[in-house]
Design a protein around this ligand. Structure first.
Ligand code: ADP
Length: 252
C-alpha cells in the first residue's frame, strides 16, 4: 500500500543551523504518529516543511506517492490535502465562527455556502460548539477556539492532519476537551502527525511514537514499547524529564 506520507532524507537549514538533518519517516493511511522531543529539536519545523510553510533544504516529501517538494508544487492545493492546526488557533478575529469555517471552502474550494454551512454545523455539533456558530473568536475560551480551529481544518477534507502542540497554551483543565476531539478523529481513521508534550495522550493515541533530538529521529517505537522500554539512552533520558522524585521538606 502506498504510504500517505513518505519523508526521505529531509533536511532544513536556517542559515548555519541544521534544524532538520536526514529525516526518514513513512506514515501509513490511518496511522497516528506522535512526535515528541525537547524544545528546539525540530518538531515544528518538520510539520511546517510538510505543507510548504518552510522550504526544505534537501530530501523529498511524497504525498500518496507523489513528490510535493519539487519545483512547481501548488501549495494551495497541497494545503487542502494536508491540514494543519497550530498552538495559536489562527482564527480571523473579525469573523464569527461560521464565517471562519466557510472561508477556505468558499474561497479555495468554491463550494456552495449552504452546503458548506451545513457541514460546518454538523462538525460544530460533533465538537459541542453548535451554539457558538455566530460568536466571535474573542467570545470563546481557548479550548473552544482550538476546537473551532480543528473543525476549520476538517472542512477542507484533508487526507493528513498535522497538529502542532495544539494544547500548549491551554489551561490543564481544558486540555482534555481538545484532546478528546483528536482521539475521536483517530478512532474515525484520520491520518495524523501530532507534535505534543502530553505524554499520556501520546501514549493513548499514537500507533507509533517518534522521538526527535537536534534535528534527527532518535527512536521510533509503538507507544507501549517507547514508554516502558525505550531502547536509546536519549529516549530514557527524555522520559526521565517527565518524572519527579518526591521531595520532603523538613524543618530541622
Ligand atoms: P521544536 O518545535 O522542536 O521546539 P523548532 O522546529 O521550532 O523546534 O525549531 C528547531 C530549531 O530551528 C531551533 O533551534 C529553532 O531556534 C530554529 N528555528 C525555528 N524556526 C526558525 C526560523 N524561522 N529561523 C531561524 N531558526 C529557526
Amino acid at each position: 500500500m502506498t504510504p500517505t506520507l513518505r519523508i526521505s532524507g529531509l533536511g532544513k537549514n536556517y542559515g548555519n543551523l541544521r534544524a532538520l538533518d536526514g529525516i526518514d519517516l513513512e506514515v501509513a493511511p490511518g496511522e497516528v504518529i506522535a512526535v515528541v522531543g525537547p524544545s528546539g529539536c525540530g518538531k515544528s519545523t518538520l510539520l511546517r516543511c510538510l505543507n510548504g510553510l518552510e522550504a526544505i533544504t534537501d530530501g523529498t516529501v511524497e504525498l500518496d506517492g507523489v513528490v510535493i517538494t519539487g519545483p512547481g508544487t501548488h501549495w494551495t492545493e497541497i494545503r487542502q490535502r494536508v491540514g494543519m492546526v497550530f498552538q495559536s488557533y489562527e482564527l480571523f478575529p473579525h469573523l464569527n465562527v461560521m464565517d471562519n469555517l466557510l472561508l477556505g471552502p468558499r474561497l479555495v474550494q468554491r463550494r456552495e455556502r449552504d452546503e458548506a454551512a451545513k457541514e460546518a454545523m454538523g462538525l460544530l455539533e460533533r465538537v459541542g460548539l453548535a451554539e457558538k456558530a455566530r460568536s466571535l473568536p474573542r467570545e470563546l475560551s481557548g479550548g473552544q477556539k482550538q476546537r473551532v480551529a480543528i473543525v476549520r481544518a476538517l472542512m477542507m477534507h484533508p487526507e493528513l492532519l498535522l497538529l502542532d502542540e495544539i494544547t500548549a497554551s491551554l489551561d490543564p483543565e481544558i486540555v482534555r476537551e481538545v484532546l478528546d476531539v483528536v482521539l475521536e478523529l483517530a478512532a474515525d481513521g484520520m491520518t495524523m502527525l501530532i507534535v505534543t508534550h502530553e505524554m499520556p495522550f501520546a501514549r493513548a493515541i499514537a500507533d507509533r511514537v517518534v522521538l526527535m533530538d537536534a534535528g534527527r529521529i532518535i527512536e521510533i517505537a509503538p507507544p507501549e514499547k517507547f514508554f516502558t522500554a525505550p531502547e536509546t539512552e536519549r529516549a530514557q533520558a527524555f522520559l526521565k524529564t517527565f518524572e519527579f522524585d518526591s521531595v520532603r521538606h523538613r524543618k530541622n
